[in-house]
Structure formats: structure tokens, C-alpha cells
Write a protein that binds this ligand. Sequence first.
Ligand code: NAD
Ligand code: UGA
Length: 469
Amino acid sequence: MVKICCIGAGYVGGPTMAVIAFKCPAIEVAVVDISFARITAWNSDQLPIYEPGLEDIVKQCRGKNLFFSTEVEKHVSEADIIFVSVNTPTKTRGLGAGKAADLTYWESAARMIADVSKNDKIVVEKSTVPVKTAEAIEKILTHNSNGIKYQILSNPEFLAEGTAIQDLFNPDRILIGGRETPGGQKAIQALKEVYAHWVPEDRIICTNLWSAELSKLAANAFLAQRISSVNAMSALCEATGADVTQVSHAVGKDTRVGSKFLNASVGFGGSCFQKDILSLVYICECNGLKEVANYWKQVIQVNDYQKNRFVNRVVSSMFNTVSGKKIAILGFAFKKDTGDTRETPAIDVCKGLLGDNANLSIYDPQVTEDQIRKDLSMKKFDWDNPIHLQPMSPTVMKQLNVVWDAYAATKGAHGLCLLTEWDEFKTLDFKKIYDNMQKPAFVFDGRNIVDEQKLREIGFIVYSIGKPL
Ligand code: NAD
Ligand code: UGA
């Protein structure tokens, strides 16, 4: 029986390993983490992450060939294949702060593997890492090897949150990079055999290590670039009377462009797009490629511009002041079908409105009050460094109210901001909401999900991204 161990039981490690266990009953999969709380949750009825379809799979495999444990060293030493899926956040201090990927967690995992291994291992980079990381990992492992042989593979993950299980069941591609030596090729084959249990062979791409590492950063940069492109267009649409949904539909119909990922929004969020582009920018700079670095930097700058533009629109529409006004925030997660708030645009929008003295009433179906308060107390990039948590100022505490219902959030409000495209927001009774709001009642749709015509007929003043006012 092949034994797999995955270090890091997060948004990637948990779902990915659950699907491997589900699809490969003859493989024993252990997911380990230093976080006791996370492992306890994985072993309970309340999983640590919300992801449609995940609970069902975990329940079917847990205790059979899928195990969650804090006994990191034991499972690592027993495994044949070790996936490393630890976090790789943006550095907050020192060389490259604000751009470079922080590989502290990765390095400590690699050193631990070297310490406890007693037989040859395949070590798989699952985390998103800077190109050439495998070389560093190889050095750490081989210089501490005690005769044990390691093969390093790069097998980046392309799942998106909210659709993780669907993406893992039916991936566009699986990418495996390895050394072009007989040992490297043998390791690639071993990992390929795991995925071949359910992924058609023509969707498994094998490359050299550096191509695999860089392809992951490139894929996220290309995806984010599409969003910044359409968001930049949305500003021009508002200035000219064009409608961004019509423009993106027309542009996306060109099969060379394609229609996916062209939805204008309040800005992209999530733990990876910004972090990975910043990492790419840093790598370009380190390689003396200033122009290339500046090109990709612009994707982030447009995203920041879009979030600011949204806040400015809210304040300027409401007679240039939101001071003391109640504003309902519907949706806090960075996208629908997840409770994840890492780098959610809602943080910047809420901070902007709080800065202008608004009173916020926030509702998200999957995000807890505790999480929202934490997010609004943190500095940029600090979400992966909980030690930097600032206590919330008493004034901001008072300005913030978190509720468990969209109707409660909007009751008595002057304005309503839609920041996450949750399905339940599409079917709200807007007449009822209007009747209970202050007048004039404003709707700022950051996701273009409402029927603005209908809302205008009810009496709302509506602002939708990239649409005529
Ligand atoms: P996460 O923070 O949810 O999970 C990482 C886990 O690793 C944490 O639970 C942490 O406690 C654990 N960990 C850290 N150091 C450890 C160690 N030395 N030993 C054991 N456990 C340790 O992160 P995530 O969202 O799962 O992302 C992991 C990696 O995957 C990142 O590099 C990210 O860029 C990449 N990625 C994420 C997504 C996504 O949708 N979240 C998608 C594709 C790729
Ligand atoms: C993204 C990629 O889609 C995954 O392929 C990748 O594996 C992952 O990053 C990662 O490396 O972490 P994720 O961030 O989970 O996945 O979610 P996306 O669906 O990509 O959405 C990212 C952000 O862009 C969200 O805030 C979303 O609302 C926004 N978005 C997306 C738009 O504003 N417009 C769009 O057309 C699409």
C-alpha cells in the first residue's frame, strides 16, 4: 500500500487529500498539521473550511484511508510520497517585505522531513512557491540526508475555492514537474499513477521543475489580469455610457479571448492572486526585469484602484458624507460559496467607509462576527501573522455591527453595498428592504447581481459596476 502524507491541512491540503483518498481506496492518506485546532475540526462534524461537497467525501473516507493528525513526524517518516501544502504568505518584514513569498513554513517542513526520514521519499511541492524553490529544498534535504534519496516534484494546485471538489474531480490539467534524470522521471511516473486513478492521461502534463513552478504563478497572474482588464474597462464604461456586461459579452464571444473570468467586480480578493503576482514581481525584479515587473504590478494597482473607486462612489453619491449613516454590507467573503475572507475586497471597502465615519451593519452567510472583527483590525498582509493583531479601537467597535440576516442588516440603512455574489442575495425581497430603509435609499452593487431596472422602479438609487447610472 502506497502511503501519502500531506503537511498542511488547509484549504488545499484538506480537500486535495480527501479527493485522493476518495478516488484511491488502496492508498492511505494522512493529513498532518501543527495546528491542533484545525486537526480537531477536521476530525469533527464541523470541518474547518466550508466547501460544497467536501463534508460528504470526508465522511466517506475518514477513518478508513483518510486520517487527520497532529503527529506530524510519525506520518512523515512512514510516508512514501510527502505533499507539502503549507502556507506561503507575502513577507511582512526584512528583504523583499510586501512582495516576496515567505518560505519560513516551507523550510521548517523540509528540515523536519530531513530529520525524521528513514527511507527514500518523493517530496511534492503543492504550495505555490517562487520558481527555483525546489533547488533550495533539494539543498536542505540532500545536505541533511544521511544517505536517504529524495526526489522533489512540483505539482501546483489549480483548484478555486467554492468549487474545490468539482475542480479536483474534473481538473483542466494536472501539472507535474520533475528532474530530467531517471530518478526524477521515475518519481513523476509514481505521482502520475496516483492521479491516473481518475484523471485522463492527456490531462496530466509533465514538465521540468522550473516550468511547473513558474506555470502556477503565470496562471494566477493571467487570471487576475483578465479581471483587472475588465475592471479597468468598467471605469471607462461608467465615464462613457457603455455597459461593461455588454462589452465583456461581446469581447468574450471571440473564441481567442473566451467568456470566462470577465465579470467586472469591486475587485478580486482571495489569499493567492495578489500574493502570487507580488511574488512574480519580486522574482522579475531580482532577475533585473524591471519592465516585466512593472507590467504585472499594474494588475494589482488596477485592483486597488477599483476598490478605492467603489468607496469613493459610495461616499460621493451619498452627498459626500457617510458620517453617522448606517450602511449595510451584504457579503464579506472574497467570493460566494466560501467562508474565506483572506484579502477579500470587503476589508478595503469596509475600512474605507469606517474611515469616513460610517456605521456598518455586516451580514455574510458563512463568515463569523469574530472573523470580521479580526479582519478589520489587521494591517495589510498580516492575516497570516496573528501575532500582529491590533486591538480594535473603541470607536471602530461602536461603528461596527455584525448581524445574521440581510433584512436586519438593511433595516434603517441609508445605503446597501453588495460585496459578495451569494445566490441568496439575488432573490432578496428588495421591496421589503426598500420600505425599511432611509430615503433616498442607495444600492451599490459591487458584483453586478441585481436587476438594476427593477430596483430603480422600486425607488432605489442604484450604482452597478461599469453600468450607466
Ligand atoms: P492554509 O493557511 O489554509 O493552510 C496551510 C496549513 O499549513 C495551515 O493549517 C498551517 O497550520 C499548516 N502548516 C504551516 N507550517 C506547517 C508545518 N511546518 N508543519 C505542519 N503544518 C504546517 O493555506 P492554503 O490556502 O491551503 O494554501 C496552501 C498553499 O497552497 C499556498 O502556497 C497557496 O498559495 C497554495 N494554493 C492555495 C489555493 C487556495 O485556494 N487556497 C489554491 C491553490 C494553491
Ligand atoms: C484562484 C484561481 O482561480 C485558482 O485556479 C487558483 O488555484 C487559486 O486562485 C489559488 O492559487 O489560490 P480562488 O482565488 O479560490 O482561485 O477564486 P477565483 O474564482 O479565482 O476568484 C478570485 C477572485 O476574483 C474572487 O474575489 C472573485 O470574486 C474575483 N473574480 C473572479 C472577479 O472579480 N471576476 C471574475 O470574472 C472572476
